[in-house]
Design a protein around this ligand. Structure first.
Ligand code: SDX
Length: 386
């Protein structure tokens, strides 16, 4: 090896790039997109505004935002040939697997990879990705349910369209619920970017070979699917439901999570960067209470979540390791209240994270980052005759 290689499994102590997009302070529990605090954005912005801010660096004026929303509408019609890919999946296919495959397939409709230097080309690619990904994401659910596929309604907003695309059936027009739309818009904002997490680093890594934007995002979808990452929101609900079905014995599951012999981890707890409360978890916990109160829903699962959180925050094992609830701990409770099925939870995370993936991919290409290619410490066999 020329020069020393520092071994850093999971890149816990490595910086892979410089970036102007998102700032995290794990000790203080700070999250900012382009300098704006997450609490401020969750309160005062909408998801497309935040998407524009992340991708292009500045808050859009009302006119620019309206144009952005209209330009996305130009690309919400998905090529009918894509349906044959959807039909090719078994009914039991997981929505994230379908989403990764179909997103990658979109590359074939855009053979010319994006010319990042060409502002117009890049802007169109952004609108195309924001438009088509949303529709395809809902098609995974429609397929699972055996429902006819829906199309984007250009007279409605982005987040409202998500709910229509998901739930409108010919015999029952979707009844808009403002509380639902606002809660979802906030959830998408909270998921929009998070610096160099596993899936975003994957999007950068794949994009560093100059693979296309859709192909890079497809790789990000696959990385997000893992239960240690975005798949945790589904795993949290399954864990809470299991605790509920086993008589609500949270102490038993806390003990399991601490048992080194037992691979079980408390899903929705802990974080690589936050050694304090995940600021998003605080906002989502409050939103969960509001949504359930508006719906007049007493969800026993929420009670279990609160009980588990209180017990873990008091527990020496968790405290000594700075393990707090993360973004995934409460989000599933809101999705469930909105009627979204558990195996669509990580698709929700992907829809929220899409603008962050696009922003990071664009920055990586604009900065002409080299192709990602780490080294290793070889520990295998020395030379031997075959
Ligand atoms: C997301 O990176 C991002 O920004 C991700 C994300 C984003 O927005 O992109 O924030 C989204 O992925 C949130 C995390 C969702 N995942 C989960 O909730 C799954 C459960 N959490 C853990 O698997 C874990 O906390 C991770 C994966 C989130 C972080 O793992 P690390 O940083 O590699 O920490 P570690 O595995 O080295 O754990 C340190 C110690 C270990 O104990 P010791 O070996 O020191 O005795 O803490 C323990 C771990 O066993 N530990 C847990 C635990 N998380 C860590 N023990 C029980 N339950 C847990 N959840």
């Amino acid at each position: 090896l020329t020069g020393l290689v520092t071994l850093d499994p999971g890149y816990k102590n490595s910086g892979s790039c410089t970036s102007e997009i998102t700032f995290l302070d794990g000790e203080l529990g700070i999250l900012r997109y382009r300098g704006y605090g997450i609490e401020d954005l969750a309160e005062n912005a909408n998801f497309l505004e935040v998407s524009y801010l992340l991708i292009f660096g500045e808050k859009p004026t009302a006119e620019v935002l309206e144009k952005f929303e209209n330009d996305i509408r130009k690309y919400t019609l998905v090529n009918e040939e894509m349906k044959s890919i959807l039909d090719g999946f078994p009914k039991t296919a997981h929505p994230m697997g379908i989403l990764a495959a179909m997103t990658s397939a979109l590359t074939s409709f855009n053979p010319k990879s994006v010319d990042v230097e060409n502002e117009k080309d890049m802007y169109c690619a952004v609108c195309k990705t924001m438009g088509k990904f949303l529709v395809i994401a809902t098609w995974t659910f429609r397929k699972n349910m055996g429902y006819p596929l829906n199309y984007y309604d250009n007279t409605k907003g982005y987040v409202e369209n998500f709910m229509r695309l998901m739930f409108e059936i010919p015999t029952e027009p979707y009844k808009v619920n403002k509380t639902f739309i606002e809660a979802l818009d906030k959830l998408f904002i909270l998921h929009a970017d998070h610096e160099q997490n596993c899936s975003t680093s994957t999007v950068r890594m794949v994009g560093s070979s100059h693979a296309g934007l859709f192909a890079s995002i497809s790789a990000g979808v696959s990385a997000l699917w893992g239960p240690l990452h975005g798949g945790a929101n589904q795993a949290v609900l399954e864990m809470l439901e299991e605790i509920h079905n086993n008589g609500g014995d949270t102490e038993k599951y806390l003990a399991k999570a601490k048992d080194k012999e037992d691979p079980f981890r408390l899903m929705g707890f802990g974080h690589r960067v936050y050694k304090n409360f995940d600021p998003r978890a605080k906002i989502i916990k409050k939103a969960a209470n509001e949504v359930l109160a508006t719906l007049g829903v007493e969800d026993p699962i929420l009670d279990i979540a609160r009980k588990l959180e209180a017990a873990a925050l008091e527990d020496e094992y968790f405290k000594s390791r700075n393990l707090y609830p993360n973004v995934d701990f409460y989000s599933g409770i809101i999705y469930r209240a909105l009627g979204i099925p558990t195996d669509m939870f990580t698709v929700m995370f992907a829809i929220g994270r899409l603008p962050g993936w696009i922003a990071q991919w664009k920055e990586m290409r604009e900065n002409k980052e080299p192709i990602g290619r780490p080294r290793q410490i070889y520990t295998g066999a020395t030379l031997r005759e075959f």
